[in-house]
Write a protein that binds this ligand. Structure first.
Ligand code: ADP
Ligand code: MG
Length: 292
């Protein structure tokens, strides 16, 4: 297939990646990334999945067009209302597909406990990065906020010690399992956006998926594993939800700091977040903490 660069039409931009379609050819989606190695990583993951007989991915190809790398994917035309009117058959297809993914095990590699500790470290790093960005901010409000989050992280680490003592190996996980990455066309589920995936704890994938509005958690767990295993998985999911909330709060703040250079307006943006989103999330942290 020959594609010329001036036929490409950008339909979506984020900080690092762009999605293009080809004019007059709705069959494909093209993705590129500011960091070429990220794109190649995603391509390698897609190959790895294909080699492991995981079929719920679009067809793909890595191509050099006009001296730039693009990941070419088949366009999975999904009804925008898919998640609003999802039926039993589709739900069970999604469960089967996620189960199949998590059955890809890392035999020699990391254990779940190791993965969880890595996630804790990543959160600590995020907290410190956020502190550096906010060096100029010496207000009591900020210090209080920093200490509060630090306490939450310490608490999670302490409480998780019993849960993650097992010897179970990591599975291959997607790491961004949200509604926008699960597509459905011609009776088949296809999962996209594999750029962050690696081996890890399947409960971490589930914690993201279960955070989506009206996701059928019970039905999912009943088909995903046995009743006894479900209890353990549910516990682990709670720990990841707890950590995800903290990372979300940090993300909210650092995102705005990247966008806003003017300190006065930055302060305003931050105040809004302190008042609304962050406080709301902090309330969620407390709720989860009670259930651990
Ligand atoms: N093969 C595809 N078929 C249909 N839609 C796609 C496809 N690839 C990407 N998209 C759409 O573009 C969005 C962004 O793609 P994604 O791979 O998630 O990029 P990013 O890494 O920027 O999040 C997806 O949420 C989806 O709506
Ligand atoms: Mg995405």
């Amino acid at each position: 297939m020959k594609i010329s660069i001036d036929k490409l039409y950008c339909i979506r931009k984020t900080c690092y990646s762009r999605i293009y379609i080809i004019k007059d050819n709705p069959k494909y989606y093209l993705k590129d990334n500011y960091f070429a190695e990220k794109l190649i990583q995603e391509y390698k993951t897609l190959k790895f999945l294909r080699d492991n007989k995981f079929k719920n991915i679009p067809e793909f190809e890595l191509k050099n067009i006009g001296h730039r790398y693009f990941l070419i994917l088949t366009n999975i035309k999904t009804d925008p209302m898919f998640w609003d009117k999802i039926n039993k058959d589709q739900t069970s297809k999604i469960i089967k597909c996620v189960k199949k993914l998590h059955r890809i095990k890392n035999r020699k590699g990391k254990k779940l406990k190791h993965f969880f500790n890595q996630e804790i470290n990543r959160t600590r790093l995020n907290l410190n990065r956020y502190t550096i960005i906010n060096m100029y901010d010496k207000t009591e409000k900020f210090k209080h906020f920093y200490n509060l989050l630090l306490k939450h992280i310490d608490y999670i680490e302490e409480r998780s010690k019993k849960i993650f003592s097992g010897r179970e190996r990591c599975s291959f996980i997607h790491k961004g399992l949200s509604y926008s990455h699960i597509l459905y066309s011609n009776g088949e589920i296809k999962i996209i956006d594999w750029e962050d995936s690696s081996f890890g704890d399947p409960a971490s994938d589930l914690s993201q998926l279960f955070n989506e509005p009206r996701f059928p958690k019970r039905v999912f767990l009943n088909q995903y594993s046995t009743l006894k295993e479900n209890k353990i998985i549910m516990k682990r999911i709670k720990f990841y939800r707890y950590l995800n909330f903290i990372n979300e709060i940090l993300q909210l703040l650092s995102d705005n700091i990247n966008l806003e250079y003017d300190l006065n307006s930055l302060q305003k943006v931050k105040e809004i977040f302190y008042e609304k989103e962050i406080l709301l999330n902090l309330r969620n942290l407390k709720k989860i903490r009670k259930t651990l």
